[in-house]
Design a protein around this ligand. Structure first.
Ligand SMILES: Nc1ncnc2c1ncn2[C@@H]1O[C@H](COP(=O)(O)OP(=O)(O)O)[C@@H](O)[C@H]1O
Ligand SMILES: [Mg+2]
Length: 427
């Protein structure tokens, strides 16, 4: 479509700042990524320090409370000794009650065992017995409790004079028990909050990144529109000039049409693409054939299709082809223009998936690089933007609910990428 008449002759020269800008953008993208993981570490360290601090502090509190409770029981023992040795028989009960009340204040469960090794419910404090209990049942409960208490603290002796000794067994108060478990509760809550915060941050970050991508792509498409229509006009101009070989205009037109297609793809990013039931194998085969003609003849392509001919998948053809193109172009780059690319399509028997494996005989990649290739801006190429795989992953995972990953890669031998799609049910 012609919308503008060219006013000046076009010049074909790549502006040197374009290359510089690409490197600058790439570096700044990588920087933001490094910075984010730096903050993650800092926050992780702060959280760990807080947790350790809180653990130590609670431990301190527990120790102090434990000592206080022991003193309290000792006081009780002292009181009992006093009561038992008291000559004032008539006051016995009152004094005993006062002492019991004091210990009651701390809610420390305790049992007094007399010199004949007998314990009675009467001298058991801070343990509740259900109403309507036979003395036998009470006795059994007391023995159970005693067993537990013996494990917890050594008993406190009550000197009764004349060589007789009673013992007070006791366990931690409810408060102390709670305090013991408190750090674990606190830690779990902290971890939970940390996890929720992480989820919130990362989804906010993703949303932000998406906006940047979409904006960048749409703006690029928009800006390409004007020179494209101008180029189209130039093609018409060449055509009308009998002095120019018509095949030149034709070739240029092909390139312009291709540029327009690329622009359309860019402007489609961000808008929810429409998916259609498409014959996967056919699309891949045709597109690989198309690519083969456009790269060095020293790169041999092969498609191995193991899918049923009627097998389809929900696809956006344009975007999907773009992904195949990006992966194949990287493969060609990795082989420095000589080697084999093989594309295998298969459906594993157990899941409703389609696997498309794209293997090359290129230089492969190190483990360290394998973790980074999907990061925006990561490239090992002099003039690479490091965006191809990022966009490819987005297209497959966000728009097709599939997966894109490196299935295997060996330095010096080659790489296999796998695209996983959801297979449509064949009726
Ligand atoms: N088939 C492959 N073999 C080896 N390395 C690869 C292959 N495909 C991708 N890579 C690595 O992943 C990087 C990122 O690829 P990509 O996102 O397409 O960006 P670019 O092609 O601009 O470098 C490449 O620079 C390269 O190091
Ligand atoms: Mg690439």
């Amino acid at each position: 479509m012609i919308t503008e008449t060219p006013k000046r002759k076009p010049r074909f020269r790549l502006h040197p700042t374009a290359i510089l800008n690409s490197q600058r953008l790439r570096r700044s993208l990588m920087d933001t990524y490094d910075q984010k993981s730096f903050y993650k570490y800092i926050i992780g360290i702060i959280l760990s320090l807080l947790s350790i601090g809180s653990l130590f502090y609670t431990d301190l509190l527990v120790e102090e409370l434990e000592q206080r409770e022991e003193r309290e029981v000792q006081l009780y023992a002292e009181g009992l000794r006093y009561v038992f040795n008291s000559p004032f028989d008539e006051n016995f009960n009152i004094i005993y009650q006062v002492i019991q009340d004091a210990v009651n204040f701390y809610q420390i469960p305790a049992i007094y065992v007399n010199e004949n090794n007998l314990a009675t419910a009467n001298e058991t404090i801070n343990e509740s017995f259900p109403a309507k209990m036979t003395p036998k049942e009470k006795e059994r409960i007391i023995q159970d409790k005693l067993g537990e208490m013996k494990l917890e603290h050594p008993p406190i002796a009550v000197e009764l004079g004349k060589g007789r000794t009673g013992y007070i067994y006791y366990s931690n108060s409810f408060l102390l028990t709670q305090l013991r478990y408190y750090p674990f509760l606190q830690l779990s809550v902290m971890l939970l909050i940390g996890y929720l915060a992480y989820l919130a941050f990362s989804s906010a970050r993703k949303a932000e990144q998406n906006r940047v991508w979409v904006g960048l792509a749409k703006e690029t498409a928009h800006q390409l529109g004007t020179p494209l229509s101008s180029l189209m006009a130039w093609v018409e101009y060449f055509r009308s000039d009998p002095a120019i070989d018509p095949s030149i205009a034709e070739e240029i037109e092909k390139d312009v049409i291709r540029l327009e297609m690329i622009t359309t793809r860019f402007s489609n990013i961000g808008s929810v693409p429409t998916l259609k039931d498409e014959p996967v194998a056919e699309i891949v085969t045709n597109f690989v054939n198309y690519l083969e003609k456009r790269v060095s003849s020293k790169v041999k392509f092969a498609v191995h299709n193991q899918l049923a001919p009627e097998q389809t998948a929900l696809l956006n053809k344009n975007l999907f082809e773009w992904v195949i193109e990006n992966i194949c172009k990287n493969a060609v780059d990795a082989m420095s223009g000589v080697g084999h690319i093989s594309v295998t399509l298969q459906a594993p028997p157990t899941t409703r998936e389609i696997w498309i494996d794209i293997s090359d005989t290129g230089k492969g990649m190190s483990k360290a690089n394998m973790n980074k290739i999907f990061d925006p801006g990561f490239s090992t190429k002099k003039r690479g933007w490091g965006l191809g795989l990022t966009l490819a992953k987005r297209i497959i995972e966000n728009y097709h609910s599939g997966r894109l990953f490196v299935k295997s890669s060996e330095v010096g031998k080659g790489t296999t990428f796998r695209i996983l799609l959801n297979a449509a049910i064949i009726e």
